[in-house]
Ligand binder design. Structure first.
Ligand code: NAD
Length: 270
């Protein structure tokens, strides 16, 4: 049985940890060649080793890339195309949540800029250079490959819900990812390039667990989660696989929520 991403070429940013790492393992197990990018090179090198152990038939490459630097993102995409001949999937997933990100009065400008540069500008750079590469994709029917491609941008449930535990720069950056992705989806729909946002709920990954570093902080959130638990990175990877694959061929411009029902919730069950 061919995998759901057989012969496709995927770049995943932030692939050294959490959602990105689980997606790297899942996408490659479904037949994709993967280019794993992260600012933390040893982390993506370790990810590549795991991919090679579990899915030896696919290609896997580790690239050091700071997504907030356009030149590095451009190089990343060139590397994928040079190495594997095309780019079918761009998962703009890298993101940060700074511990000093706070409310309107306390958030320093440097925290705002750092967050926006990675979470928003980094996603724009990824879209910009991936779109240019995807426009060159030729169909290869024998290999099951088509023109166009799929771009997935990781936003967050905080892009659609307010919280009285503020992280203003992070929330604003994720709201902008939703708006930007929607607009790009409309611009490129007739080129067969689909763009969707992934909106994870709160997850048990280092990003959130480092931020919620006491049981009291975690309990403050848990009471609001309909399923009574944080999500797992693999649950996001499965959704990203759907958006990356041809199973979602008629889905573009959507805010794809994988939040355990959080954004539909008024009162949780006892
Ligand atoms: P994580 O911290 O486990 O992984 C993030 C990865 O991104 C790390 O490997 C880190 O080194 C990398 N990274 C950070 N800055 C980078 C940069 N400038 N360039 C390249 N790589 C960089 O986090 P995660 O929970 O897997 O989060 C992945 C995405 O999901 C992020 O965009 C995050 O905002 C979003 N998200 C997470 C949650 C959650 O609860 N964890 C909820 C909603 C959305």
């Amino acid at each position: 049985m061919p995998g759901r991403l057989q012969n496709k070429v995927a770049i995943i940013t932030g692939a050294g940890s959490g959602i990105g790492l689980e997606s790297a393992l899942l996408f490659s197990s479904e037949g994709a060649h993967v280019v794993l990018a992260d600012i933390n090179l040893p982390a993506v090198q370790a990810a590549v080793e795991l991919v090679k152990q579990r899915s030896p038939a696919v290609g896997a490459l580790a690239v050091k890339c700071d997504v907030s630097k356009e030149r590095e993102v451009e190089e990343l995409i060139k590397t994928a195309v040079t190495e594997f001949g095309r780019l079918d999937i761009m998962f703009n997933n890298a993101g940060v949540m700074h511990p000093d990100d706070d409310n309107a009065l306390n958030t320093e400008e440097r925290i705002w800029d750092l967050t926006m540069n990675i979470n928003l500008k980094g996603v724009w750079f990824g879209c910009k250079h991936a779109i240019a590469a995807m426009r060159l994709n030729k169909p290869d029917l024998a290999a099951g490959l088509q023109t166009g491609g799929s771009i997935i941008n990781t936003a967050s449930f905080v892009a659609i819900m307010g919280a009285a535990t503020p992280q203003l720069a992070y929330t604003a950056s994720k709201g902008a990812v939703l708006a930007m992705t929607r607009e790009l989806a409309m611009v490129h729909a007739r080129e067969g390039i689909r763009l969707n946002s992934l909106c994870p709920g709160p997850l048990k990954t280092p990003l959130l667990m480092d931020f919620l570093n006491t049981q009291e902080k975690r309990d403050r959130r848990l009471v609001h989660l309909p399923m009574g638990r944080f999500g797992e990175a693999i649950e996001q990877a499965r959704a990203a696989l759907f958006l990356a694959s041809d199973d979602s061929s008629y889905i573009t411009g959507t805010d794809f929520k994988v939040d355990g029902g959080l954004s539909s919730c008024y009162v949780t069950a006892l």
